[in-house]
Write a new protein. Structure first.
Length: 416
C-alpha cells in the first residue's frame, strides 16, 4: 500500500469522502424546513407545543453527540470504513418512518436513527480526510469538509421543500431520503478505502521527528474523556464554544422556519432563505478553513461567534424577505469563520494516534449543544408564550462564548 499524505496524492479518496459528508448533510438537511413548518398540519403536533417541537432536536443532539464520542474509538479499533458503512445502514429506517409518520412519535423515532447516521458517518468522513492529508492542511480539510456537508444541508433543505409541496410532506421526504441513502451506501461499500493505516503512518513520522521513537501513553475511558474535555485551557475554550455555537444552528433549524412562515413567507421561499445561511456557511469555509492555517484560529473563532449572535438577533428584528436573507447570510459568514476553525484547533492540540478520539469528544460536546440549545429554546418559548425571546437568548450566549474564546484559547501548538 502506497501511503503518502497530501490532498493531491489522495485526491480520489479525498473526493469520495467529500461526497460522503455531502450526503450526510443532505439527509439531515431535508428535515430542516419541512418538519418545523409542517409539524402541526402534517405530523400531528399540537399548536403552540414549543417544548414538544424541540424534542426532535434534543433527541438528535443527544444521539449524535454520543455516537460522535464512540465513533472515533470504534474506528481506531475496527477501521474507518466499517464505521462509515454502519452509519449508512442505520439510516435506512429514516425515510420509512417519516413516510408513516402521522404522529410526532414517529418523527422522534426517525430522529434516533438520523442521529446515529450523523454521528457515525459524518465523523468518519472527516477523520478519513484528516488521515490522508498533511498537518498544515487541517484548516483546508475542515473547510472543505464543512463546505460539502452544509452545502448538502442547504441544497437538500430547498429541494425537500419543493418535494413536500409537490408530493406531500411524508412522500417527499421518503423518496428524497431513500435516494440519498442508497447512493451514499453504495459509494461507501464499493469506492471508499479504510484510512487507518495513514493515521498510523502519521504517528510514526511524528515520533521520528521528535527523535525519541516512542509513542505517547494512550489514555482510555474516563481519563481520556476528561483530558479531551478540559485537559488544558485551550481544549476547554474550544469545547464550550462548540457547544454554544450549536445554539445558532438549533434556532435556524427549529424556530426560523416557523418565524418566516408566520410572517408571510411560503414554504419554498422559507426553504430558499434558510438555504442562504447554509450556502454561505458552506462556501465560506473554503476560504476561512485555509485562512486559519495562516492567520491563526482564535480571531476567526471569536469574531465568528460575535457575528453569528448579531445575525440571529437581526433575523427577529426584520420583516421582509430581503432583510431575512441578509441576516441569514451574515449568520452564515459567522459560522463559516468559526466552524472549521474550531475543528482545526482541536487537531492542533492532540497526537495523531489520539486525534479521532479527541475529535470525537469535541464533537460530543459540540453536538450536545443541539440538545442544550433546543431545551433552552423550548423553555424560553414556553415561558414567554412565543419564539421571539429565543433569538435574544442565542445572541447573548454567542457573545459571551466568543469572549471566553478570546481570553482562553492559546495560540496554535506548532508541534502538532
Amino acid at each position: 500500500m502506497d501511503i503518502t499524505h497530501s490532498i493531491a496524492a489522495n485526491r480520489g479518496q479525498f473526493t469520495q469522502f467529500l461526497l460522503q459528508v455531502f450526503f450526510v448533510g443532505a439527509l439531515v438537511g431535508m428535515t430542516r424546513t419541512v418538519l418545523p413548518a409542517l409539524s402541526e398540519s402534517d405530523f400531528g403536533l399540537a399548536a403552540g407545543a414549543f417544548a414538544t417541537l424541540a424534542s426532535f432536536v434534543v433527541i438528535f443532539g443527544v444521539i449524535k453527540a454520543t455516537l460522535n464520542l464512540l465513533a472515533g474509538r470504534f474506528s481506531d479499533r475496527y477501521g474507518r470504513k466499517r464505521v462509515l458503512v454502519a452509519g449508512w445502514l442505520f439510516a435506512i429506517p429514516v425515510p420509512f418512518l417519516l413516510l408513516i409518520a402521522d404522529a410526532w412519535g414517529w418523527v422522534l423515532l426517525a430522529t434516533v436513527f438520523l442521529g446515529i447516521n450523523q454521528g457515525l458517518a459524518w465523523s468518519m468522513a472527516l477523520n478519513s480526510k484528516l488521515d490522508l492529508t498533511h498537518a498544515h492542511q487541517r484548516g483546508l480539510v475542515n473547510g472543505a469538509n464543512e463546505f460539502a456537508g452544509y452545502g448538502g444541508v442547504a441544497v437538500a433543505g430547498y429541494l425537500a421543500a419543493i418535494a413536500a409541496e409537490q408530493l406531500g410532506a411524508r412522500a417527499g421526504l421518503f423518496w428524497f431520503g431513500l435516494a440519498v441513502i442508497i447512493l451514499a451506501l453504495a459509494l461507501a461499500i464499493w469506492m471508499a478505502r479504510d484510512t487507518l493505516p495513514w493515521a498510523h503512518a502519521q504517528q510514526k513520522a511524528q515520533q521520528q521527528t521528535r527523535g525519541n521513537g516512542k509513542a505517547p501513553a494512550l489514555r482510555s475511558g474516563l481519563g481520556f474523556f476528561l483530558h479531551a474535555t478540559w485537559g488544558n485551557r485551550s481544549l476547554l475554550a474550544i469545547n464550550q464554544a462548540g457547544l454554544v455555537e450549536k445554539f445558532t444552528d438549533t434556532i435556524i433549524w427549529l424556530f426560523v422556519p416557523i418565524l418566516l412562515v408566520t410572517r408571510g413567507a411560503d414554504l419554498v421561499t422559507t426553504g430558499f432563505l434558510v438555504g442562504i445561511y447554509g450556502v454561505v456557511w458552506g462556501a465560506g469555509q473554503l476560504i476561512t478553513g485555509p485562512a486559519s492555517d495562516k492567520l491563526g484560529r482564535r480571531g476567526l473563532i471569536t469574531w465568528g461567534m460575535w457575528l453569528c449572535g448579531a445575525g440571529v438577533i437581526a433575523i427577529v428584528l426584520t420583516h421582509s424577505a430581503w432583510a431575512w436573507g441578509l441576516a441569514l447570510a451574515v449568520t452564515g459568514v459567522g459560522m463559516a469563520m468559526l466552524y472549521p476553525t474550531l475543528g482545526a484547533a482541536v487537531a492542533d492540540h492532540c497526537e495523531p494516534v489520539e486525534r479521532a478520539g479527541i475529535l470525537g469528544v469535541y464533537r460530543f460536546w459540540r453536538d450536545f449543544g443541539y440538545a442544550v440549545g433546543a431545551l433552552a429554546l423550548g423553555l424560553v418559548a414556553t415561558l414567554t408564550g412565543g419564539i421571539e425571546a429565543g433569538f435574544w437568548f442565542v445572541g447573548l450566549s454567542m457573545a459571551l462564548s466568543g469572549l471566553w474564546v478570546a481570553l482562553g484559547l492559546a495560540p496554535r501548538d506548532q508541534d502538532h
